[in-house]
Design a protein around this ligand. Structure first.
Ligand SMILES: Nc1ncnc2c1ncn2[C@@H]1O[C@H](COP(=O)(O)OP(=O)(O)OP(=O)(O)O)[C@@H](O)[C@H]1O
Length: 523
């Protein structure tokens, strides 16, 4: 610190004693952080450790209660994202803030503080996209783009402002392995140009591969610094969690071929609901009591539409296209399907999986009043608040949900902790059929292992479990068979003993199921 104005300080960013308090919780407790020029610095920590809170203070969207920030050696106050951008801090958020009905260039224009003509923005965006190897058509409608392409718009939007420090919050959680590789090449390039990157990720292998240094947070405090290249994924996880992460154990399922099919999808087809959605084509699948079936696929190949059709968010014309415990359910609503013993966990947790401004207990009542009316609703329709509260606390304890109050609003939980609560809320019902989309998205290694083990446990206790996930490691860890969704079609499930990354990868890329073996020989 104390560099002369004008002379570049060795450290681009220094944070001393940064503190943020929510109610009685110190989400960040005297945090120190140093980011050097030209380094990729990982910010690690389990769910709720305080990572998002810290970067929100650096990006000017939260005001610290105490502490100092030095930028290029000089003390600064970052009062708003606008001020952060002016300093040279850019951020690529985990949840994209793009409008589907606008083009890439129009979306970028919205975030710029001047009124540069669209054609100029498009030309600049295209030049950046070429030079950083991030293919992008500035005139494409965002609604037509894959998640990976949308992220590229966010990155290019950030680069257009010529930042010195780029904050990336879980950038690869929604990317395919190929898209992630491309992102890593871009980050390498930015580092070589002397830019600094603050990188939040729960994927420890990629942290080891990409990052030069790491700061580890636990319960809002810095508990360590390390060079991730010298650590293993498990030593990093241990540093974050404070103890070893339990490996997931998948006992082989016995006699499954004779077990009843609890969830059946039969010749399910669906025309696209909007010009941005994928049509579903003749999908058939059965999930038996006791088994976990995984659905792999590159994002945007119909997984969301399939989830909507199975869960009842979108009813089908053909009642027999979805059968739950032997009953036609295709035309039933979500609540009616839940009453048949099914549970559904959507991908998007805020707004979809939980109402943000409602307390956890209220969210619990909202999702379970139909199925648990005896437990939660008393005579004359009164709510048994004691029972609802006890169930909420039971779920919080079972899933180790970390929070700042006894029964906080859903929006006050960190992303991973909210996911733990939503999964726990459904597991607590012991549903006969469980369908979950991206079960561990944004969840730390310890909590992910816990959720995966719980899904296997639910199946082995006699339920049918269907897991849609982009995380192939996860699917290989928990599934008894894996099917692949490509362009609205589903391949036949491949028993896990026969499945390999290569076979599944080829199917994800659109290989005909029958041609998997020859294609591999050619390769
Ligand atoms: N607006 C808020 N009001 C109250 N508490 C909050 C608020 N935002 C965050 N918290 C609490 O602060 C703590 C830190 O949350 P934060 O989102 O920073 O964690 P995180 O490390 O980013 O977690 P994750 O990996 O799950 O995203 C959590 O316990 C969370 O419940």
């Amino acid at each position: 610190m104390g560099a002369q104005p004008g002379a570049a300080a060795a450290n681009l960013l220094e944070v001393r004693g940064l503190t943020k308090i929510f109610g009685s919780l110190k989400a960040c407790d005297h945090v120190d952080l140093t980011v050097r020029r030209g380094e990729i610095h990982a910010l690690l920590g389990e769910n709720g450790a305080g990572k998002s809170t810290l970067v929100k203070m650096l990006f000017g969207s939260l005001e610290p209660n105490a502490g100092e920030i030095f930028w290029d050696g000089q003390p600064v106050r970052i009062a708003s994202p606008h001020a952060a951008r002016k300093l040279g801090i850019g951020m690529v958020f985990q949840h994209f803030s793009l409008f589907d009905a606008l083009t890439a260039a129009e979306n970028i224009a919205l975030s710029l503080d001047d009124d540069t003509p669209i054609a100029t923005i498009a030309a600049k965006a295209q030049a950046l996209s070429h030079s950083y190897g991030l293919p992008l058509d500035p005139y494409a409608l965002v609604g037509d783009l894959s998640v990976g392409e949308r992220q590229r718009i966010e990155i290019i939007r950030c680069l257009l402002q010529v930042p010195q420090l780029i904050i990336l919050d879980e950038p690869t959680s929604v990317l395919t392995p190929q898209e992630a590789d491309r992102l890593f090449e871009t980050l390498d390039r930015l580092r070589a140009e002397g830019k600094s990157i603050l990188y939040i990720s729960h994927r420890l292998e990629e942290v080891k591969r990409m990052c030069d240094s790491a700061t580890v947070l636990r319960h809002g405090k810095v508990v360590g610094h390390c060079d991730p290249r010298r650590e293993t994924a498990s030593s990093l996880a241990r540093m974050m969690v404070g103890n070893d992460v339990q490996a997931v154990v998948r006992e082989p399922a016995e006699g499954m071929d004779k077990a009843p099919v609890l969830l059946e999808v039969k010749k399910l087809s669906r025309a696209p609901a909007t010009s941005f959605s994928i049509p579903l084509r003749d999908i058939s699948l059965g999930v038996r009591a006791g088994e976990v079936i995984g659905i792999a696929g590159v994002a945007g190949n119909g997984q969301g539409e399939f989830f909507e059709a199975v869960s009842g968010e979108m009813a089908q014309a053909d009642a027999a296209s979805v059968r739950i415990r032997g009953k036609d359910a295709g035309r039933l609503s979500i609540s009616e399907r839940r009453r048949l013993g099914a549970a559904f966990v959507p991908e998007e947790r805020l707004g979809h999986g939980a109402a943000p401004r409602m307390k956890l207990s209220e969210n619990l009542l909202l999702s379970r009043h139909a199925t648990d009316d005896k437990a939660f609703i008393g005579p004359g329709g009164t709510i048994r608040t004691g029972a609802v509260d006890a169930a909420a606390q039971r779920i919080i304890a079972a899933m180790d949900v970390r929070k700042s109050a006894r029964d906080p609003e859903a929006a006050a939980l960190s992303g991973g902790n909210l996911q733990k609560f939503i999964i726990g809320r459904e597991l607590d019902r012991r549903p006969a059929v469980m369908v979950v989309n991206q079960p561990t998205w944004g969840v730390d290694a310890g909590a992910a292992a816990k959720i995966r083990q719980a899904l296997i446990g639910l199946a082995r206790a006699g339920s049918a479990v269907l897991v849609i996930s982009q995380d192939l490691d996860e699917l290989f860890e928990i599934s008894d068979a894996i099917a692949v969704m490509h362009n609205g079609q589903l391949s036949k499930p491949l028993p896990i003993a026969e499945a390999t990354f290569e076979k599944i990868g080829l199917l994800m890329g659109g290989a005909e199921p029958g041609h998997v073996e020859p294609a591999m020989e050619v390769a």
